[in-house]
Design a protein around this ligand. Sequence first.
Ligand SMILES: Cc1cc2nc3c(=O)[nH]c(=O)nc-3n(C[C@H](O)[C@H](O)[C@H](O)COP(=O)(O)OP(=O)(O)OC[C@H]3O[C@@H](n4cnc5c(N)ncnc54)[C@H](O)[C@@H]3O)c2cc1C
Length: 339
Amino acid sequence: MATLTFTGRDRYTTLRGTTSNCRRSAFSNGLEATAALSRKAFSEFDAMQMDGIDFERHDDGILQLFLQEQGLAAHAEDAKAMELLGMAPAQILSASEVRSLEPAIGKQVIGGILNPYDQFIDPASFVEALAARCLELGVRISTHEAVGEILPGRQGIVSIVTKRSEVHRAAAVVVAAGAQSGELLRKLGTKLPLQAGKGYGFDITRPPINFKRAIYLSDHKVAVTPLNSSLRLAGTMEFGSTDLRVDDRRAAGILRAAPHYFNSWSLQKTPVAWAGLRPMTPDGLPMIGHVPGHKNVFVAAGHAMLGITLGPITGSLLSSLILAGEEPSELTPFDPARF
Ligand SMILES: Cc1cc2nc3c(=O)[nH]c(=O)nc-3n(C[C@H](O)[C@H](O)[C@H](O)COP(=O)(O)OP(=O)(O)OC[C@H]3O[C@@H](n4cnc5c(N)ncnc54)[C@H](O)[C@@H]3O)c2cc1C
């Protein structure tokens, strides 16, 4: 359901947005740690494709648009900071330069930032292809089977009890239930602070404009992603709700953003909104590693606005921890025990 851009600048904004009450050093450390994971994110997707996992992936870059000079200046500074952390350089563009890239961009847009090396994927095609490859390799996947409880047992064996009272035993368990992970872990006696940040999106099957690349409407925080089957518009961050109900009034704000940036934007009919829950932590960083007090239970959650980008690298590093028993140094800043 999520929008799937891999924008470096978004990462920075996300961290800045969620750590504004933290000391500057904590913020910089978090940013550096996330950048270290992000630098390896693309090669994980490459490795999966080389393994035959075939999904929709676009590498035409991502263009951020601005209606106000102040916003452009702040994001240009962010872009420089990200470059110092080893992320690919971005290009600051004038109003006429952004229009030469995407002719539908309107006069209100004062400039932009092009991240030429950023990419996006279609998450549904990714998950389907990954599941198909797992099945080929003999993995058993149970769908529509909610886990009710996780129980530590003797000799390190962990039991997973489903809501239908079926019991599965395992030598290691990874809790990766997104915003609901906190609830599952609470039943295990561990309190980890996770809450949902609800976002909305629209998939427009007959878009009024065909864009060449993904575009981010910075002043309105809306991502516009030209997938093969539809144009996806997504955004908003709503705290306090844990279900997927759509607040039509809030969701409509996403559609209202587009005419501020594009000429001749008009929709024949209003598309249907969907909702998704981002798993959020208090410091804006994911929790990846051992669940404190439980040797064979692990958690991978709290990736906020970067769960698609960082999913594969998270899985890869966590599998090293579980199989080799040694924590890769990249995971230290994300240790769940920090809470
Ligand atoms: C509008 C929007 C835009 C976004 N844009 C981007 C983007 O551009 N780039 C990016 O990288 N990320 C983006 N994200 C964030 C990304 O979608 C999340 O970070 C990511 O989905 C988190 O992955 P997860 O596996 O931790 O949780 P989820 O994707 O929420 O998956 C958790 C799964 O666990 C299941 N589950 C929960 N409880 C149980 C239980 N008890 N038993 C069994 N299963 C259970 C749920 O049903 C769900 O399928 C966006 C999100 C939204 C909402």
